[in-house]
Design a protein around this ligand. Structure first.
Ligand code: MN
Length: 189
């Protein structure tokens, strides 16, 4: 827990990414939890999936991005916690820096765990609901292997519900809508 690893990997004199503050939301009282999916044009294009929990963004890198087809399981590699302020970050990470390349917000909104999120993370089975602009309904993250450091492997799977779509197996299809050219239209105000 915490963003020490995030801070250690980055030089904030060079990268425009947020350093993050300790806690930007009060604890205790329930508030809507944010999620964000960032399209990251690093050495390999991937989609960073982040869920707010305990004042940070729990994060997974998904090489192929989320699929709304419940029969498709997408590899999601657990990465270091990011600060909450990363949830609104878009921009160019300069060459030579960690994760160099363009970052766009591909989707954002609120998420809600089914039951205890802490227990889900611990047990390796996290069920939740998303209310985004692109992603909706029920989803599942299942841990398939544990690795040293933070590189546990998970699968992100769409659950069958009214938002499931067998045709839409890849986010690449929807980036053709032009939203990508104007990523700011997806930002939360
Ligand atoms: Mn990334």
């Amino acid at each position: 827990m915490g963003t020490k690893e995030y801070v250690a990997k980055r030089n904030f004199k060079i990268t425009p990414e947020p350093r993050g503050t300790k806690k930007t939301r009060s604890r205790g009282k329930q508030h809507p939890l944010m999620f964000v999916v960032q399209e990251h044009h690093a050495s390999h294009l991937h989609y960073d999936f982040r869920l707010e929990m305990d004042g940070v963004l729990k994060s997974w890198a998904i090489p192929k991005g989320p699929s709304t087809d419940p029969t498709v399981k997408r590899l999601a590699v657990e990465v270091e916690d990011h600060p909450l302020s990363y949830g609104s970050f878009e921009g160019e990470i300069p060459k030579g820096e960690y994760g160099a390349g363009q970052v766009y917000i591909w989707d954002t909104g609120v998420w809600q765990p089914k039951g205890s999120a802490h227990e889900g993370l611990e047990k390796g089975r996290l069920e939740f609901n998303l209310k985004g602009k692109r992603l909706h309904g029920n989803w599942l993250l299942v841990r398939t292997s544990r690795a040293a450091g933070n590189k546990n492997q998970w699968l992100l799977i769409k659950r069958s519900d009214e938002y499931a779509d067998l045709e839409e197996a890849s986010p690449k299809a929807t980036t053709k809508t032009g939203l990508k050219k104007n990523p700011r239209s997806l930002r939360l105000s």
